[in-house]
Ligand binder design. Sequence first.
Ligand SMILES: [Zn+2]
Length: 332
Amino acid sequence: MFLLSLTKRWWASITILLFFCTLDAHSWGFAAHRYINESAVYALPSPLREFFEYHRSTLKERAVAADQRRSWDPLEASCHFMDMDRWNDSERWTLPLHWDSAVQCYTEKHLRSRGILPWHAPQVYRRLVWAFEQGNHGLILRTAADLGHYLADAHVPLHLCSNYNGQNSGQHGLHALLESRIPEYLGDTMVQTLRRAEIVKHPARQIWQIMNDAYLHLESVFDCECLCRSEVPLDLHYAPFRRGNRLLRQESIPFVQCYHRCLGGLMGRQLAASVAHVADWWLSAWVEAGQPLLRSPWGPDARVLEDNNQEDNNQEDTDVGWKGAGDDDHSP
Ligand SMILES: [Zn+2]
């Protein structure tokens, strides 16, 4: 009894001191994004692997650039998600496969309000093909890093529904639990096997496949959190951790263990699938561009190249050449 009241008092006092950790919604944790981009390098065949490996730190660093852009680019946020639950079944299966057709049918404003991830990722892929064709190393690295980010986001069930942080079901903070705490808990064992990259025949179709597969797990993402809330004793739900000068709280190891177990290792599999698909899309873009030689210049770091190419890139970014898209419609 004494112990119980002591625990309660400790918890009450600690909750006064602690701030709630509000991590970025609509995103894998930064560490997971960096891990995915860096790991994907090693699934590539030679000679693409050598080029990417040389610039590994740039790909890793820039893995979160897409999330950072959201703070100043109002169009960026909608590129990271799609609220599939806001489209009814018949709409979802007949949504146009390509952006121009989708805009014609629904208007850009309407599409962006529900997220445009399945259209944006293939556009970034086209841009990567174009960057390879141009032999622009800075643009290749920036675009490859962004592509890795968007593809990884497509594997996360919470990026595919409007209740993306559990805010509509009394499960606020679910996003960070799923995307940051589980990868942190898994640590270096996040991905245990690495398959060789494969050619993707139709990226615009595959992104839908990836998202549909992830969407199937949405129910268990919510249900397991509820189950662990009741299964793990209340005073073991959270633990303090320090970030800079602040003491914050996050889900405890026992709680994360319970959640991970209940999900049947889902997030480990999604991380592994993200790594594999990122490597697949990088390789496919390079092959589609005609497998250009990327040997030279090897010396300076990519950031120097980026600075040199910045002026050109600004123009390239607005060039419609890389956007090529057909008009066939999405079908299951
Ligand atoms: Zn994101």
